[in-house]
Design a protein around this ligand. Sequence first.
Ligand code: AMP
Length: 209
Amino acid sequence: MKNIILLGAPGAGKGTQAAFIKEKYGVPHISTGDILRRNIADGTPLGLKAKSYIDAGALVPDDVVIGLVEDRLAQSDCNGGYILDGFPRTVAQAEALDRVARIDVAINVDVPFDVIVDRLSGRRVCACGETYHISTLGGDETCRKCGKPLYIRDDDKPETVLRRLEVYRQQTAPLANYYEAQGKLRNIEATGSREEIFADIEKVLDDLH
Ligand code: AMP
């Protein structure tokens, strides 16, 4: 299997698609956001350092996330390929990644801006990892899988959402050009259902050699 990057704005559905890819191709799903949130929940030094940036909708400093991704990629389950979700987010991170890894493809999950804002502001999550949109819950804000109460991520509050999207526009969107210049960019127009979007991603992955 290949070394895959998922690019796209917050709320584009990268996490959902990464889970589908993991399920079909059996490669680890590495989400820097999930790793950071787990560290915050566990109260580790890394979590303490990251929390104020995340809550403000800002990026955690490059050296912090680069170090954690380098450690993760050095683990043996990454030898047969992996999916990076939420990393790299800056050109400096992409350059650091190129020094330690050979990326095969960067899939850009492209979703219109108004859809993103609606998804993030309506997102409800469970501590078990499940994610929902408020419009599908019919007023019952408990997890369908484990029954725990759902909550709004601190960084999904409206003012923070706008800040995250601005950070994305300025710092992360230019990565499409970075991978385009390497001939590795594949754009997916992600307007259909999650299954339709995954079918397009499968085509991209099955075409790689
Ligand atoms: P995510 O779950 O990918 O939306 O990430 C949530 C938050 O974690 C982001 O808004 C950032 O504050 C932080 N974060 C995740 N990945 C990175 C990264 N590659 N570089 C810097 N900050 C990150």
